[in-house]
Ligand binder design. Structure first.
Ligand SMILES: [Ca+2]
Length: 284
């Protein structure tokens, strides 16, 4: 026990209720506190006196603190002590295997990198260091879980037929992408506005064969403009909201049909005219 008498600025050291000295001249190299004080004038602490090792790992940190599946993690360790450092190793595991990597010194800090890992991976690591006398010290074990903070990517949206008539249902297909190390696509919501201006929500269905998410929009009357958009979710709730798309329901006679009819009509007129001229030649 270390008792500090603040008014007289003296302290005394008691071990097992035996006074070992007052204002001792020897240096306390390190101690840990377990209590504060019990009165105004006299402060005391339970102390554990120990010798500072010749080499010890002062602090361990990592960057970033919450790594994503696409981020490497740099682990840094600050070493202290009088001994000369021989080597420092970062030992990490993502499964059952422990991997050892030599740490590189930069100023007084040693650094090494844990490569990026898939979403959800539980990574543990610790630092091993030894001095030139072969004395090893080991840090406590640190850990993190790899996260996914990136929304899915809406790669492409298409629909068929591209110019539907009122007799057509329309199939919308969405290509949604998540990296192989990401959490994966959970669901895709589909919203569309019908001929009455009413918005409808449904979910798209994943098709293994094509790798696309599909939905069918029911027939809509002609002169309607259908509007739709999608929201893609990954398995940890990141969302990607797509842009709005529009298509118009063509009238019963499409532009192509009208063009064909016009061509046919023109051809018929020419034929009649030619026939009339031919008749005029025969019977002038
Ligand atoms: Ca994601």
């Amino acid at each position: 026990m270390l008792i500090l008498d603040r008014p007289s600025d003296t302290y005394s050291v008691w071990i097992d209720d035996v006074l070992y000295g007052e204002n001792p001249s020897y240096e306390i190299e390190a101690f840990s506190l377990s209590q504060c004080y019990n009165c105004i004038k006299v402060y005391f602490d339970d102390v554990k006196i120990f010798t500072v090792p010749a080499l010890y790992i002062g602090s361990v940190s990592q960057t970033p603190l919450a790594p994503n599946y696409d981020e490497d993690v740099v682990v840094s360790a600050a070493l202290s002590g009088d001994a000369e450092v021989d080597q420092v190793l970062l030992s990490y595991t993502c499964d059952l295997m422990w991997h050892n990597v030599s740490m590189n010194k930069f100023d007084y800090v040693f650094n090494a990198t844990i490569p990026s890992q898939p979403h959800g991976t539980f990574v543990q690591y610790r630092i091993y260091a030894n001095d030139t006398n072969g004395n090893w010290v080991i840090s406590s074990t640190h850990s993190y879980v790899v996260s996914d903070t990136i929304p899915p990517e809406i790669v492409e949206i298409s629909w068929t037929p591209e110019e539907p008539s009122q007799d057509d249902t329309v199939k919308v297909a969405a290509n949604i992408s998540e990296p192989v190390d990401g959490s994966g696509v959970d669901k895709v919501l589909f919203s569309f506005k019908d001929s009455f201006g009413q918005w409808w929500n449904t979910t798209m269905t994943y098709d293994d064969a094509s790798g696309l998410w599909n939905v069918i929009i029911p027939q809509q009357p002609h002169n309607t403009t259908v509007q739709f958009y999608i929201i893609a979710y990954d398995n940890v709730g990141n969302t990607a909201v797509g842009e709005h798309y529009f298509y118009a329901i063509l009238p019963e006679f499409s532009f192509t049909t009208i063009l064909l009819l016009a061509l046919a009509s023109t051809t018929l007129t020419i034929m009649i005219t030619k026939k009339a001229r031919a008749q005029n030649k025969l019977y002038p």
